[in-house]
Structures are given as C-alpha cells and as structure tokens.
Ligand binder design. Structure first.
Ligand SMILES: [Zn+2]
Length: 55
C-alpha cells in the first residue's frame, strides 16, 4: 500500500497556499523550495513546502 505524500507550496511572502503537489519521500529528501507565481502577491515569489493536514 503506497500512499502519496501530499504537500502544499506556501508563498513565503503572504503565506497563501497556492499549489499542491505530491512528494516521494524516498527519492526527494530535501524540502521543496521553488519560485512560483502567487496570485495574491501577483508576482513570482519563493514557495516553501508545508504539510497538508489529512482529514
Ligand atoms: Zn504571496
């Protein structure tokens, strides 16, 4: 049974969670950190990985 490790990408400027992605914890050990477009900031900002609370 393999469950995907779902994470969200949070804008480091406004803390808005703009993107959701799945991460393979075995192959990717370091935290995601990428430049993405933020709708709230209306520009490309640094997005960092954050955990998604599962219901
Ligand atoms: Zn933002």
């Amino acid at each position: 049974m393999s469950q995907k490790h779902l994470v969200k990408l949070v804008c480091s400027v406004c803390k808005s969670s703009n993107y959701y992605t799945s991460r393979n914890a075995k192959s990717v050990t370091e935290k995601l950190n990428m430049q993405k477009y933020c709708k709230r900031c209306r520009k490309r900002t640094e997005h960092k990985e954050a955990k998604v609370k599962s219901s």
